[in-house]
Write a protein that binds this ligand. Structure first.
Ligand code: HEM
Length: 500
């Protein structure tokens, strides 16, 4: 396994592991198999004296009828029979490593997120690199998009940037993702070719979707075969948002730029390596940067800045590098620390939010959903995925729940006020209030239409309920409608003081 041994990272960071709260937390679940005092046991802890022979009725040899009574033998086979979990529907082939992120400049002018503003922090991170199309066990050095998924374990919760090594994507809308991936994966009648797009269905899809052209020009270029994980860029691709302490919002794209530079293989080298060493890739460091725009600048460009098939030209929106991301610790076990690693674009922390990019909005649904079939509902409790900050809520039961909560209140509101929501001043996440999309003339038309129609309603119950409903939407709207309809709007006092 060239990817974990030949780079020497393991030795270099053995001391650092203890300062990394994520690794310290994972250590609690880690068993050292080489402890000389450890003896073989069953899963229920009973010591085992023979694990090489199934108990038979014959005392002479092992060929007598096998006995059901040998629970250890049956347990061993049971566990083996159920070792596999579904592979990821995309990005199934991958490698993971732990690292840390530090800032050299605070981005407090654009965000309140501690991970992007606190210069004294070292934030533990986990990265998973992947190819998009190949199954588990396919070659590293194929021509494909590479996944660049980062989990920042911040003091305010986990923040996942689930990105790629190419800054744009094939499609603009998440509903096209299934079509794209079905067309790109091996063809359904013959299940070939593996981990490559050299087949009819892929190119059929491409010629039927002009918006995919930009991305296939990237994948067919030398960028399609990075020389190593440490020599490729990472891009959040989608547009996110940042909100600062004053409540001002910016739109943002995230960038990771490798300090080793960006390098690729040529096709002939890649072919040779895929044959010689399937597991070729190595790890290292990136500069972390943002491209930000004020919300008011959203329409200043001759392209839609929320369109994931476009880049934001750096000459128009320069990258501001604010920190670095370093990989410095190999995993100890592939299954628990990489196969079970799971990301979700919906995982954000206060100060970071979503844009209306329709691809991102769909992804926010898809990742959580796919983890359910791969890992089950409690996937965020698995050691590699769980946050380093306290997690406290009323979600309790569910298959494979590990955490034991000492509290009678598993509902909200409750008489003890236990696990009560945090106010914004206490670090509670605040959803940014979207601006009303109606122009002033459109607002006038809406008010007139409502006033006209409600003026024709003479049942008091309708009046009262609609009064409440309009107050709920917007007090100014409710008052304008009331004035126009000639009746003072009579909002219940509780309604008027809501949210103040
Ligand atoms: C900007 C476009 C996209 C990027 C950059 C991207 C990136 C990635 C990456 C890096 C992974 C691998 C995560 C890992 O290492 O475990 C992944 C997995 C996945 N992506 Fe995307 N993806 C994109 C679009 C989409 C869309 C539009 C959907 C669905 C609507 C989607 C659904 C999935 C699913 C279901 C997985 C498997 C996740 C798992 O099992 O852990 N992706 N994606």
């Amino acid at each position: 396994m060239a990817s974990t041994v030949s780079n020497g990272i393991h030795k270099a960071i053995s001391g650092a592991a203890f300062q990394n709260p994520k690794l310290a937390d994972i250590a609690q679940d880690t068993k050292d198999f080489h402890d000389p005092n450890t003896k073989l046991t069953t899963d229920w802890g009973s010591k085992v004296s023979d694990t090489d022979h199934w108990l038979t009725v014959s005392t002479e040899d092992q060929y007598g009828p096998a006995m059901l009574e040998d629970v250890h033998a049956r347990e061993k086979i049971h566990r083996f029979d159920h070792e596999r979990i579904p592979e990821r529907v995309v990005h199934a082939r991958g490698a993971g490593a732990f690292g840390t992120s530090k800032l050299y400049e605070s981005a407090e002018d654009v965000t309140g997120a501690g991970v992007l503003t606190d210069l004294f922090r070292t934030t533990p991170a986990f990265l998973r690199f992947s190819t998009m199309l190949g199954s588990r066990g396919s070659a590293d050095t194929v021509r494909d998009v590479r996944g660049f998924a980062v989990k920042f374990c911040t003091e305010e919760g986990n923040w996942d940037i689930v990105g790629n090594d190419i800054p744009v994507f094939f499609i603009q809308n998440a509903i096209k993702f299934t079509d794209l991936i079905h067309a790109a994966k091996p063809e359904p009648d013959v299940e070939v070719p593996q981990a490559q797009t050299a087949h009819n269905n892929f190119w059929d899809f491409q010629c039927l979707h002009s918006e995919a052209t930009h991305m296939f020009m990237w994948t067919m270029s030398d960028r399609g075969i990075p020389r190593s994980y440490g020599m490729m860029q990472g891009f959040g691709v989608n547009t996110y948002t940042l909100t600062n302490a004053k409540g001002e919002r910016h739109v943002v794209k995230f960038h990771f730029t490798p300090t080793l530079g960006v390098h690729s293989f040529v096709w002939d080298e890649a072919l040779k390596l895929a044959g010689e060493d399937l597991d070729f890739y190595l790890f290292p460091t990136w500069n972390f940067g943002t491209q930000t725009l004020k919300e008011s600048q959203e329409h200043d460009f001759d392209f839609d800045i929320l369109d994931a098939t476009k880049v934001w030209p750096e000459e128009l929106v320069p990258i501001r590098y604010i920190g670095e991301l370093e990989l410095n610790c190999n995993i100890d076990e592939y299954f628990t620390q990489t196969e079970q690693a799971a990301f979700a674009t919906g995982h954000v922390v206060p100060g970071i939010g979503f844009s209306n990019d329709p691809l991102l909005q769909g992804r926010n649904f898809s990742y959580f959903d796919t983890q359910l079939s791969r890992l089950g509902i409690i996937w965020e409790e698995l050691p590699v995925n769980r946050p380093i900050c306290p997690v406290m809520n009323q979600n309790r039961d569910g298959q494979k729940r590990h955490t034991i909560t000492k509290d009678k209140a598993n509902y909200w509101p409750n008489r003890w006020e236990s696990a009560l929501p945090a106010k914004p001043s206490e670090g509670g996440y605040v959803d940014y209030p979207e601006k009303n999309s109606q122009s002033p003339p459109e607002k006038m038309h809406l008010i007139s239409a409502l006033a006209f129609e409600l003026d024709h309603c003479d049942e008091p119950v309708v009046d009262n309920r609609m009064t409440e409903r309009l107050c709920d939407i917007d007090l100014e709207l409710a008052q304008a409608v009331a004035e126009k309809a000639g009746a003072p709007m009579d909002c219940p006092p509780w309604w008027l003081t809501r949210g103040t």
